[in-house]
Design a protein around this ligand. Structure first.
Ligand code: SF4
Ligand code: FES
Length: 253
């Protein structure tokens, strides 16, 4: 395949960037999108140019680091698929492909296609954990969890923290990410002791960095793990309850 690539190039956080056009020949339909970018970088390095900076780690759809806007779609044209698992067979010979970093003020561009997603880390630091001492590994099934609860929790825990939901949202809201992280702790017995403190802290930290959710639903479509927007309803319910319960607990101390 022959491709024309229009790639966002930016030297650093303070620099202005621009789209730069490259021609790439000999792309195999069996290559992943990141392998195609590797090929571009080999071509650039051989001709003495700076390679395109892009983030990746597992290349298996697990780590969440590889997000790119491809032709204006977060993670490209294949639903439920991270950029690293997108294959070039989804494109045609002669295509022009635009490749950009996530566009959201909470995710500033560090270089080329790499953005700083540490605003997500601030949300997790605010409460995305349980602080109960765990000791040694307990026996399996010591705490019984109904199958439907376990299934829902697994669905939420599939979130890989990629940021596509934010990039796809017209408001740059992070509700889907925060809702997934809250649900996988708030629905389990181990997550109950800190449920209300966690919910209030994570939602309010999220609001410090990201826009508000107005139910566009673009996040669910862009999510490579198909996290359901229903988790946002759970976040909203738990947040309302947390305001009441945390106030009552504060009054008792
Ligand atoms: S909810 Fe989906 S799109 Fe958002 S960070 Fe998690 S995996 Fe990525
Ligand atoms: S490189 Fe890890 S999810 Fe894509």
């Amino acid at each position: 395949m022959h491709l024309t690539l229009k790639v966002w190039r930016q030297d650093g956080p303070g620099s202005s960037g621009q789209m730069v056009t490259y021609q790439l020949d000999g792309v195999s339909p069996d290559m992943s999108f990141l392998e195609m970018l590797d090929m571009l970088n080999e071509q650039l390095t051989t001709s003495g140019e700076e390679p395109v900076a892009f983030e990746h780690d597992c290349r298996e759809g697990i780590c969440g680091s590889c997000g790119l806007m491809i032709d204006g779609q977060a993670h490209g044209p294949q639903l439920g698929t991270a950029t690293c698992q997108l294959h070039m067979r989804k494109f045609r010979d002669g295509d022009v492909i635009e490749i950009e970093p996530w566009r959201a003020s909470a995710f500033p561009v560090l270089r080329d296609l790499v953005v700083d997603r540490s605003a997500f880390d601030r949300i997790i630091e605010a409460g995305g954990y349980i602080s109960a001492p765990t000791g040694s590994a307990p026996d399996a099934n010591l705490i019984l969890i109904p199958k439907d609860v376990a299934d829902t929790v697994f669905d939420a825990a599939a979130c890989i923290g990629c940021g596509a939901c934010v990039a796809a949202c017209p408001n740059s809201a992070a509700q889907l990410f925060t809702a997934a992280k809250l649900a996988h702790l708030n629905l389990l017995p181990q997550g109950q002791p800190e449920r209300w403190r966690r919910t209030e802290a994570m939602v309010e930290t999220m609001e410090d960095f990201f826009g508000s959710c107005t139910n566009h639903g673009e996040c669910e479509k862009a999510c490579p793990k198909s996290i359901s927007i229903d988790f946002i309803a759970l976040l909203n319910r738990d947040y309302l309850k947390s305001k009441r319960i945390n106030r009552r607990l504060a009054a008792q101390t």
